[in-house]
Write a protein that binds this ligand. Structure first.
Ligand code: FAD
Ligand code: SF4
Length: 479
């Protein structure tokens, strides 16, 4: 296998060194280090094949990491890719965007012994991208078509993983999504510089070629009812994710140019996909030459600040009410953002948005940390008379997401939800309180991770299959 053919990039090294936010966007080229076979082999060979695979235990999919590392070290890339696919529906996506420092790599024995982790995510990405490049990844070929069908609401990773697993057994699958493209947050949430969109489209196209039907621009609750889907299909999966942005009701919150994170990120992703986006093209949702303030300390906030840098913002500041140690986002993402010139204003919270029609500045209050609250993190409390003002042309609110009111949206008050609005399921069968309707992904867990959505999608596929078999058996028995 020639090195040239296996040339690939290493996402870990995408961070440009000490790049400043003011740098012209035309010059803003991602620095990709080549992740060629030799690198993959070198990393894979570092795996000590320790008796207790902590990496595997801490991967939500329990990927057989030591074995695919061994295969990669031996040059058996196709087998490594097949093994990676046996537990994961989109390994190249997880390899790119899993917070490995909190999952597999953070628990690597070599990392724990102070010698630096095996870069598991990069190897996973390398072997799967190679498999795509070589044409080893093929659509599903059905041996025996089943006469039953499953309707899936939501084309995010949970819905897609379930669809693939269900289709493999021969069931008919239709996915309904309110967006015009499948992928959920993979397509319109996670920025292009972390997850290139052709990678997502390659996967969803494969599912189409596998016979899975996509009904896009179908908003269940508006264009279709849950009841209709229940009648049409033998089982239904709700995998709608969580989309209601958390708000801050401060004086001045109605001023122009204050946006929720998803609006900003969707506009940027749509532009990357070649769409016309009116508010972006008019300069409203575009950070170019603007002073940007992002409020929040999670990974979505990091995606916003790093997107703003790439849009050639004049300055990018991230306001967070706790300190670095108590931040919910990944430490690696904060480090990347800092390297790119983002300024973190720790222990600070907005008190008032100032401006006549549009936002022009934010009044900020300094905070200090008290004892830990119920979340286990130290509680921020305001420092009296500590206010200061900071210039802002565009404010992005990245304060997290809650579920929409699904019983209301689906006009089905019987659907049981938790006090947080997430769907309640039977943890064993993943069925909601309505027979034949299942739920998975963020809409059950609350905002989580892609790898957990895939895990849920795979798990619920097993439960749906059991349900369908029993339904068919009962029908035959009754006939
Ligand atoms: C900005 C951002 C960045 C992130 N970055 C990462 C990351 O780097 N790594 C990581 O692991 N995780 C990341 N996450 C989290 C991850 O994207 C989610 O946990 C994951 O996508 C959840 O998958 P899901 O299938 O449950 O829902 P989603 O991906 O949200 O998909 C749900 C789908 O349902 C559709 N839908 C909703 N309601 C309806 C309806 N009524 N009718 C029809 N369709 C409907 C939506 O249009 C959407 O396509 C990020 C999240 C955000 C917001
Ligand atoms: S799926 Fe995520 S956690 Fe699991 S091995 Fe891959 S990168 Fe690590």
């Amino acid at each position: 296998m020639s090195e040239k053919m296996l040339k690939f990039v290493n996402i870990d090294q995408q961070t440009p060194n000490k790049r400043k936010a003011k740098k012209r966007v035309d010059d803003f080229k991602e620095i990709y280090a080549e992740f060629i076979y030799n690198k993959a082999k070198e990393q894979s060979s570092r795996c000590s094949q320790c008796g207790v695979p902590f990496c595997q235990i801490h991967c939500p999919l329990h990927n057989n990491i030591p074995d695919w590392l061994k295969l990669t070290a031996e040059g058996r890339i196709r087998e490594a890719s097949d093994l990676a696919h046996s537990t994961n529906n989109m390994p190249e996506i997880c390899g790119r965007i899993c917070p490995q420092d909190r999952l597999c790599e953070g628990n690597c024995v070599i990392e724990k012994s102070g010698h630096g982790t095996v870069t598991i995510g990069s190897v996973e990405k390398y072997i799967t991208d190679t498999a795509w490049e070589k044409g080893w990844i093929k659509p599903i070929k059905i041996i025996e078509e089943q006469d039953q069908s499953v309707g899936i609401i939501g084309a995010g990773p949970a819905g897609l993983a379930c669809a693939e697993e269900i289709r493999k057994i021969g069931y008919k699958v239709t996915i309904y999504d309110r967006y015009d493209r499948p992928g959920g947050l993979l397509i319109y949430g996670i920025p292009n510089f972390k997850l290139e969109k052709f990678v997502v489209e390659r996967r969803t196209n494969l599912l189409k070629e596998s016979g899975i039907k996509f009904q896009l621009n179908k908003d269940v609750g508006k264009n279709l009812t849950l009841e209709e889907l229940k009648k049409k299909h033998d089982a239904v999966l709700i995998a709608t994710g969580v989309y209601k942005s958390r708000e801050i009701e401060l004086p001045g919150h109605n001023l122009k140019n204050i946006f929720p994170a998803m609006e900003f990120l969707t506009a940027s992703n749509r532009k990357g996909l070649g769409d016309k986006v009116k508010d972006f093209d008019k300069g409203i949702l575009n950070a170019e030459n603007k002073n940007i303030i992002v409020i929040g300390g999670g990974d979505t906030a990091m995606d916003c600040v790093r997107t703003a840098v790439r849009q050639n913002a004049k300055s990018v500041k991230c306001l967070y009410r706790r300190d670095r140690e108590n931040m919910p986002g990944s430490a690696r993402e904060v480090h990347n953002a800092e390297e790119e010139g983002v300024e973190f204003i720790w222990l600070s919270t907005p008190k008032k948005f100032i401006g006549s029609e549009k936002i022009s500045s934010v009044l900020i209050e300094k905070m200090k940390l008290d004892k830990a609250d119920s979340s286990g993190r130290k509680k921020p409390i305001p420092i009296p008379n500590s206010d200061f003002e900071m210039k802002a042309d565009l404010v992005i609110k990245a304060l997290g997401f809650d579920p929409e009111d699904l019983p209301k949206l689906f006009d089905n008050s019987n659907l049981t939800v938790s006090k947080h609005g997430t769907i309640k399921i039977n943890l064993k069968t993943m069925e909601t309180n309505i027979s034949g309707i299942f739920a998975a992904g963020d809409i059950v867990r609350g905002a989580s991770l892609v790898v957990w959505a895939i895990r849920d999608g795979r798990d619920v596929a097993i439960e749906i299959q059991k349900y369908l078999k029993e339904k068919k058996f009962n029908k035959i028995k009754a006939a």
